[in-house]
Unconditional design. Structure first.
Length: 423
């Protein structure tokens, strides 16, 4: 048995495993969660003090909160100083969504340009601690980019399983550039996920999808850093997209732990927004039944997942924070993206489901216009450049371009340029 201070626990059957046992699922098949052995010694004041430190573990927006995340030795960490993402005040976007004020936490400002880096630093650090030589994931893009980068930093081999023809080139190019072996699978993300789990079981490759409990521990830090940005004031709502659903569970888990440990006075509510073409959680939540997988189809490739691994944990987290789930169409997503981009912030389509869903929930009276609201943008605008260009050229099938900024073709003369610029 190990001497670490955490265990891997199953919420479905109450089984518990050693914290260093290499497993992601319980014998009953449910994903496992990290359970800490008691209230950690870290306080919000100490976390604030670390903002002034130059030590690598303190410069990371994950390991700064290491006692709340995973108390590893600094020498064991694989970090790219992830986190430190901006919390933007977005008055233009707020007005469009129908709220008085909206703060947007932009996780696209992480090293590989998505929130996945927060979980990946912990998962790859654990792979290193366990002596693994290779890591693998199924991915619609962002996970593969992050895993490939952190694996390269750790000196590990990386294997990526992607659904054929279903990954934005901005993301695929990152995995290739960082040296990952990429396998395009005939089928959707869910088929790729099934295969990579089997590979991990058969060949001892370390799986780093969000079924990995240590990925969840790293992604909790989104909520921790958000509260730190707010000087530890708790917002009324946190709104974020839902794909494989590890992220909303991670944030709910982390904030619930802070509340149970006595570090915050109350819990915020969480709203998870799914694309209407990839909405199994929305259906399960609104119909109050078990999740039924769907064949996912949406322009928002990062959340084009029909059989999310973390759906049970997601619903458990939503119950704890009195959360809600909403769905939005691709048209609503692209309209919201046009507003986020025009505000000079920019984000990939899946991220903008956050703003589209907020607008819908405000219109429905679920979220009050004067509520203290923080939205999470999960990926950078350049993650899916093809969709951006096609939107502004009016080439996205079935999508009306409501705020186009296409290039203007002019002759190569000063006079022609002046005419194009309106004199």
């Amino acid at each position: 048995m190990s001497t670490v201070s955490w265990t891997l626990d199953c919420a479905e059957c109450a089984a518990s495993y050693d914290g260093l046992e290499e497993r992601h699922r319980c014998e009953c098949g449910a994903p496992l969660d990290v359970r800490h052995g008691g209230a950690p010694s870290l306080s919000p004041a100490t976390a604030d003090t670390r903002l002034l430190s130059r030590r690598p573990e303190d410069r990371s927006g994950v390991w700064r909160f290491r006692e709340w995340v995973l108390p590893l030795d600094p020498a064991e960490l694989v970090t790219r100083k992830e986190g430190h993402t901006n919390l933007y005040d977005a008055p233009q976007v707020a007005a469009w969504a129908g709220v008085e004020r909206l703060l947007l936490k932009h996780e696209g400002e992480n090293p590989t340009a998505s929130f996945k880096d927060r979980g990946m630093t912990v998962a790859v650090s654990m792979a290193k601690k366990l002596g693994k030589r290779s890591v693998a994931c199924a991915s619609t893009g962002n996970t593969s980019a992050s895993m490939a980068s952190y694996a390269a930093a750790a000196g590990l081999k990386a294997y990526v399983f992607i659904p054929e023809g279903k990954v934005a080139f901005g993301k695929l190019s990152q995995a290739m550039a960082y040296g990952a072996t990429t396998l395009q699978i005939a089928g959707d993300f869910d088929r790729a996920m099934t295969l990579v789990e089997q590979l991990a079981a058969d060949e001892g490759v370390y799986l780093v999808n969000s079924v990995n409990p240590f990925r969840i521990e790293g992604q909790k830090a989104i909520g921790f850093e958000l509260l730190q940005d707010l000087e530890w004031a708790v917002p009324d709502w946190i709104v974020l997209p839902g794909g494989n659903l590890g992220n909303n569970w991670a944030i709910a888990k982390g904030l619930a732990e802070l509340y149970d440990w006595g570090f915050i006075p109350r819990l915020p509510r969480i709203a998870v927004i799914q694309a209407a073409g990839a909405n199994p959680l929305y259906t399960a939540f609104t119909q109050r039944r078990a999740l039924v997988p769907v064949v996912a189809e949406t322009l928002a490739t990062a959340i084009r997942i029909g059989n999310p691994v973390s759906w049970q944990r997601s619903l458990r987290g939503l119950a704890r924070v009195d959360g809600v789930v909403e769905q939005v169409s691709d048209q609503e997503i692209m309209d919201a993206k046009a507003e986020v981009d025009a505000a000079g912030i920019g984000a990939e389509p899946a991220s903008c489901a956050t703003v589209a869903g907020l607008k819908k929930l405000v219109a429905a009276g679920v979220i009050a216009p004067d509520a203290h609201i923080c939205g999470v943008l999960t990926g950078h605008v350049l993650k899916d450049p093809g969709t951006v260009v096609d939107y502004h050229l009016g080439k996205l099938a079935g999508i009306e371009t409501t705020r186009a900024h296409p290039p203007v073709q002019v002759e190569g003369t000063v006079e022609a340029v002046k005419r194009a610029l309106g004199g």
